[in-house]
Ligand binder design. Structure first.
Ligand code: BTN
Length: 273
């Protein structure tokens, strides 16, 4: 597989007028692009600084899990944001990042369906699993790790890490029934550089809209893409049926007693069947 070419990403970023992605660092291998972005932010990297790698040796996911990061196949991308937000308002940005990634995926799957790519003809069921897993056909296509650094009541920086499965055609056994890639969905003709630039553009737009209007501008998309809705879930000690996402970005769960509870954070397990 051809290594990522920083110049192509830069060219695409300019063509799209993306607000993120400068400066841009592309490594052949790193431990974790989120760690790279975090160290850079601590050393003063500006809003928009982006870090990509062809491979990660310690790719991290939420809840201390590792992120499958083989060389040359997928996108591992982290970006430094410096939103002007109070610390108390920053958490829902994780949802907005998920929507931005989902929008890029939706567009790419739709255009490959239009062009009649093999396997790309099916109507793509792109959904967001609260808080921010991007699923297609119920399988995880992209994972997002958001890490905020606070200074007192203010946000010093937010690191947005995105892992997008692009070319992987076979996952390790523990992921094989739960993960998917763009290639497995019939999209194998889009260079990773182009996808990286599209992600940075969508993330920049979404972050700016979030800063201006918090979750309100995203309410419709959140409802449309909500994969958990009406599924039986257990999260943070609360069990019941998922009943949407509220204006704070909390997951709503209706218990067997009929009471609606709101959950701010946690790992969701979904009952099968
Ligand atoms: C998850 O679904 O648990 C989140 C996965 C996030 C993976 C990305 S890959 C780029 C960035 N660097 C990391 O170490 N993690 C994120």
């Amino acid at each position: 597989m051809r290594p990522l070419d920083a110049r192509v990403i830069e060219r695409e970023l300019s063509r799209l007028g993306a607000s993120l992605g400068r400066p841009l660092a592309v490594a052949a291998e790193t431990a974790s692009t989120n760690d790279d972005a975090r160290s850079a932010a601590a050393a003063g990297a500006p809003h928009g600084a982006a870090f990509l790698a062809d491979a990660q040796t310690k790719g991290r996911g939420r809840g201390g899990r590792s992120w499958h990061s083989p060389p040359g196949e997928n996108l591992y991308l982290s970006v430094v944001l410096r939103p002007r937000l109070p610390a108390t308002s920053v958490a829902p940005i994780a949802l907005v990042v998920g929507l931005a990634v989902a929008s890029v995926v939706e567009r790419r799957l739709a255009s490959s369906a239009r062009l009649g790519a093999p396997g790309g003809g099916a109507v793509a069921d792109v959904r967001l699993k609260w808080p921010n897993d991007v699923l297609v056909g119920g399988r995880k296509l992209a994972g997002i790790l958001v890490e905020a650094q606070l200074r007192g009541d203010a946000v010093s920086s937010v690191i947005i890490g995105v892992g997008l499965n692009v070319h992987t055609s076979r996952f390790p056994p523990d992921l094989s029934t739960r993960a998917t890639s763009l290639a497995m969905l019939g999209v194998d003709d889009v260079p990773r550089e182009v996808l990286a630039a599209e992600l940075l553009q969508a993330l920049g737009d979404a972050a700016a809209r979030f800063e201006a209007g918090r979750l309100a501008p995203f309410a419709e998309d959140l409802a449309r893409l909500d994969w958990l809705r009406d599924r039986r879930v257990e999260v943070a000690g609360v069990s019941g049926v998922a009943a949407g996402i509220d204006a704070e970005g909390h997951l709503l769960v209706r218990g067997g007693d009929g009471v609606l509870r709101s959950v701010a954070a946690g790992e969701v397990s979904v009952a099968s069947g």
